[in-house]
Design a protein around this ligand. Structure first.
Ligand SMILES: CC(C)(COP(=O)(O)OP(=O)(O)OC[C@H]1O[C@@H](n2cnc3c(N)ncnc32)[C@H](O)[C@@H]1OP(=O)(O)O)[C@@H](O)C(=O)NCCC(=O)NCCS
Length: 187
């Protein structure tokens, strides 16, 4: 089996073209509230590649990975329970100062309803509203559905490993027939 491509990184600067999040029909969009932790954990655990427990979530919420404002954690909800999520980490001392989009997930029963798109747009809007002009994310080569969405939003590949140009060239080639254009300018 081929070695996995070293972690991919994508950057976002097109805040002037960022569409506002709109809750999908039948769902609501809101930020994190204390008490959401167990529902969020259950959602994160639907991804078999991730290992989550309460200690790790609390560590992250307490800033272990980066500044994590509760108002930068967005959920799409069904009956007020999170069914899709994305969160913000802020790195104000980085060059340039950066916001990171992290832990994007939609529950398998609620996929392809536009929920991840909405929570990602909400996170990017939050990062912009904090005064940042640059955001990034990290992902893996097998997450092509997510990568398609990030391209659709307006993220661009960043070549942070010598293997990345060839990987992205192959991806663009495979997407060539059905590729999405970035979000249209915000009306
Ligand atoms: C990737 C993931 C978050 C998408 O969630 P979702 O709510 O179903 O996504 P959306 O309905 O908002 O789709 C938005 C866009 O993403 C892309 N996309 C999403 N799922 C896709 C799939 N299965 N195949 C191809 N493209 C897909 C499409 O471009 C889609 O736009 P379209 O519906 O106009 O074609 C979800 O499949 C998931 O949770 N996967 C496991 C966790 C994961 O990989 N997270 C990303 C970590 S970096």
């Amino acid at each position: 089996m081929a070695d996995p491509t070293p972690q991919l990184r994508m950057g976002f600067t097109r805040f002037d073209r960022l569409a506002s999040p709109q809750p999908a029909l039948g769902y609501s969009l809101r930020t994190f509230r204390p008490g959401d932790e167990e529902d969020w954990l259950a959602l994160l655990r639907t991804e078999p590649q991730w290992a989550w427990d309460r200690a790790r979530l609390d560590w992250m919420l307490n800033g272990g990975r980066g500044v994590m404002p509760p108002n930068g954690i967005f959920f799409a909800t069904c009956d007020d329970r999170p069914v899709a999520a994305a969160c913000t980490f802020l790195y104000p001392d980085a060059t340039p100062p950066a916001g990171e989009l992290g832990w994007v997930i939609t529950h398998p029963d609620h996929r392809r309803c536009g929920l991840a798109l909405q929570v990602c747009r909400a996170v990017l809007g939050y990062i912009r509203d904090q005064g940042y002009t640059y955001a990034f994310l990290k992902t893996e080569d097998f997450r092509v559905p997510a990568i398609k969405m990030y391209l659709q939003i307006g993220f661009e590949p960043e070549m942070v490993h010598s293997s990345h140009p060839a990987w992205w060239a192959a991806l663009y080639q495979s997407l060539a027939k059905g590729a999405h254009a970035p979000d249209a300018p915000h009306q």
